[in-house]
Every structure is written in structure tokens, then in C-alpha cells.
Write a protein that binds this ligand. Sequence first.
Ligand code: PMP
Length: 375
Amino acid sequence: MAFGWIDEQAELRRRAGLVRTLRPRPAGTPLLDLASNDYLSLARHPEVTEGAARAARTWGGGATGSRLVTGTTELHAELERELAGFCGFEAALVFSSGYAANLAAVTALAPHGSLIVSDAGNHASLIDGCRLARGTTQVVAHSDPDAVRKALGGHDGPAVAVSDTVFSVDGDAAPLAGLAEACREYGAGLVLDDAHGLGVLGDGGRGAPHAAGVAGAGDVVVTVTLSKSLGSQGGAVLGPARVIEHLVNAARTFIFDTGLAPAAAGAALAALRLLRREPARAARAGAVARELYGRLTAAGLEAVRPDAAVVSVRAPSPEQAVRWAADCRAAGLSVGCFRPPSVPDGISRLRLTARADLSGAEIERAVRVIGETRP
Ligand code: PMP
């Protein structure tokens, strides 16, 4: 029978208690949310939803075509200008997702004969970019500029190092200044995924590369998502104008994909303007994460010290992680659960996200529920 092997895989998943299920989120949910990536609580902000609605009324429900045909509106151009200016780059290019932006940046900057040096903790979308690229990938030790140096030193030809700025599983930050220095020594480019840094790190949320002083450098390219702190959907690549022009001409996920929906561009633009006006929101998400971490460790839970808004709590086994998250949910708390195969290191975790508007009482309640339901 066709696809018979699928049933075998499903059976293995069932036996291990690791079946993934889609659960529609009820509107106006009474659950306390420590699972979404809405770090600045902007997804439902009236200015953001109005930005989406106005854009849809003006430009329609969809972009109607690829960016190079009919899918570029004034809104896309405005968003690109403002994103680049805010984060400290010469130019930006908006994509339909952060995933597509990462595929574009890695594939378009790693031609045949090139070397891609990829951090062992990188997000799946960077890994997939490496898999699709014509260059050869070498995976190196996590957050280790010397490992990057060693890999670059053994290669003759174009090279690029790729890394998350804040790793999505444990929430730890990459050593950006060290990575940039290593790349510069060998004339290599550096591609950084700032999905979890934008809106949280740097002056007023300008992102981790801005905070590390590497934004705007001629050899640094940054990708972001519009779907986390900006409360919308979509992604972007930021970098030197010549790199952005290259992507317009060479990046397949830009050329052959329908443009970002106007509503998403409008929402992201409204969120970006809000963040410019209210820069304190960014620092607040980080402060909430640190408070959450302090209370979790005080309660005897094994958490990873957060560098941004993600707080990871270790679970004893994949099965117990899944049950722990379900028990939290039953007690009114929504948390993320990362376990193999999503995390290749075999360590299962609850993944908590700090939102800027979580109150002290809500943080306390979350820690109490996590403590009471621990396996
Ligand atoms: N990079 C990282 C580090 C992420 O966590 C994510 C989202 N999970 C992405 C890229 C993909 O972004 P998007 O959801 O906009 O496709």
C-alpha cells in the first residue's frame, strides 16, 4: 500500500506518547499565555489590528501576486524603509514569513563552492536554508567563535557563517561581536537570525545585532520575523543595499512566492511605529523573563538563565514534558513544550515566553502552577 511507512511511524509516535495535535485557540481564552511569541502583546493591540484592517480595505485580502509582479504595494516599501532604519541597516526586503527570509538569505549567499558554517543550535529554517543551498555546510559547536574560525580557516573560497542571535529553544544569546570578528578575519559574511531579538534586545528593541554593534556592517546580514514581537506575520532580510538587490534577483523564496498579505504588512508597520513611540515595552519583556527565571529557580525548578524573552525549564523525559504541559493547561496555564525530534539534543523542556504586560501576580501564578504540576 502506498504510504504504508507513514502508519509505522504513526504507531511509533503513539507508543512513545509523542503525537502532535492541533488545538484551535478559543477567542478570548481564559488561559494565562506563556506559550505565544507575542512578546510585546501587540498582536491584539487596537493600533495593530486597525493597521491590518485598513491595509486590507485599501489593498485587498491578499497581495495578488509575487513581489516582482503585482505583490508590492506602497505599504511593503514603507515597511522595508522603516524596518531597515529602525534596526540600523541600509536596506530591507520583506518576505511572506521569517522561514522564507532565512531560506532566501542562506541560499542566495552560499553559491556553489562556498562554505556555510552553521551553529549546532540553529533554528530549523536556517538548517533548511543550508540544506537547500549550493554551498557545503559545516556544523560547528554552539556559540563558539573559535570553532567558526577553525572552519573558515580550512576553506578556500566564499564563506558565510549563520547563527540565531537568541536561540529559540533555550533562549540563550549568541556571542555576536566574537562571531563578527571571526568572520571579518577570514573575509566571510555573517547571517544572523534575530527572530527572538527584534523588539526585545537593543536600544528600544532594535535587536541583538544593534545591541552588539554589528548592525549596518557591510558583511552582516540579519533576518527577522514579523510574527513575534511585532504581533503580525511575515519576515524580512536586512543588510547592505547590494545584498538586498542580489536577493531580489536571486532568492527563490522571494521571486516565486506570493508577496506578504497587505494586512500583515499593515499590522507590522503599525507595531513598529508603536514600538518607536513606546520604547520601554522592549526592556519590559526582558525584565519579565528575568523575574520569571528568578522565581522558577527559587521554587527549585531547573531553568536556563534567559538572555531575552524565552525561558526554558528542563523536564526529566519527553513523555513527562508532554504530560507536564498538558497538566499546566488543565490548570489554566498555556506553556510550550519542546521535545525530540524538535530538539535534537534529546533534552525536553517546557518553553515559557515572557510577555511585556505580564503582571507580578500572573508571573507568580504561572510559577505556582508549574511547580504544582512538576513531574
Ligand atoms: N527563526 C527562528 C529563530 C524562529 O524561532 C522562527 C519561528 N519559530 C523562525 C525563524 C520562522 O519565522 P516565521 O514564523 O515568521 O516563519
